[in-house]
Design a protein around this ligand. Sequence first.
Ligand code: GDD
Length: 317
Amino acid sequence: MKVLITGITGFAGSHLVDFALGRKDVEVCGIQRWRSRTENIEHCLPNFCMYECDVRDASSVRDVIEQVKPDWIFHLAAQSFVPTSWRAPTESLTTNILGELNVFEALKKTGLKPRIQIAGSSEEYGMVYPDELPIKETNPLRPLSPYAVSKVAQDLLAYQYFMSFKLDVVRTRGFNHTGPRRPPVFVCSDFAKQIVDVQRGVRDPVMRVGNLDAVRDFTDVRDIVRGYWLALEKGKPGDVYNISSGNGWKISDILGKLMELSGVKMKVVRDEARMRPSDVPILVGDNSKFRKETGWEPAIPFEQTLKDLLAFWREKS
Ligand code: GDD
């Protein structure tokens, strides 16, 4: 079986390629932009084929799909950092929506019929009220950032191409995930790196933070990519699934846990530049539909994920 991963050099993409290469009779191909950094996948680069392609360029997407003829596509390529979407909304909306449209149009034009996973996000739910928790797939979508709007559009575009053209899409709404290789702009990795920098003596013991009151539902990235795989193995065409742990963590408690695990004490300072025009207050997902239909369940406890994240930053030179 041939698998094509867009966004293979990214955080989730790199863990998905590790997972896919561990499966029997699976050939993996990926696409990368010419300027993408490959440090996340260097360890397994010889074991899969790589094509240069920007998802925003329709003809190069079509060329790659025509050459690879994948049985499955994991569409992970995206601008994934919420704050960037306020600074550069055009880029986020273009990359995320047009990128997916180019994949779909390439499939229509070539007549190929692979299964396609569309990586949506819990950010699509946006403003969620207390009586709606934990969030089911049927909850209204009330996005609060340009990034979230782009993910709603991707999700609905996938639904529309399924209904109109019978493209075999499975939509996943991944809740927050972290683990080794997470870039340090995202909250857990950011805090872990600041702690390790203090331990190394390259930073004063001052922890810079944004909104510590938000609550997020975290899963280890290695469990998430196993979920993506199961989504294509067992998910229903056109359907949508939450992938979440079901446990809410207040960001201040995550910070406390990281300090406890590392034994480092730091003064906590709010950095206004890290505050968002509208931050989603709480996201905790109901994963019962996904568990029931695929047998998935998270295996790695969050505390272990945080330990692995600290170890990742300690090992990084
Ligand atoms: N990044 C960051 N840095 N976030 C902070 C900080 C900080 O110093 N302090 C508090 N936060 C809060 C944010 O305001 C947000 O409420 C929460 O921590 C998580 O922020 P991020 O780690 O940046 O992730 P996100 O929730 O905005 O988005 C991530 O999860 C989505 C799924 O829900 C990304 O991975 C998205 O791509 C993904 O779709």
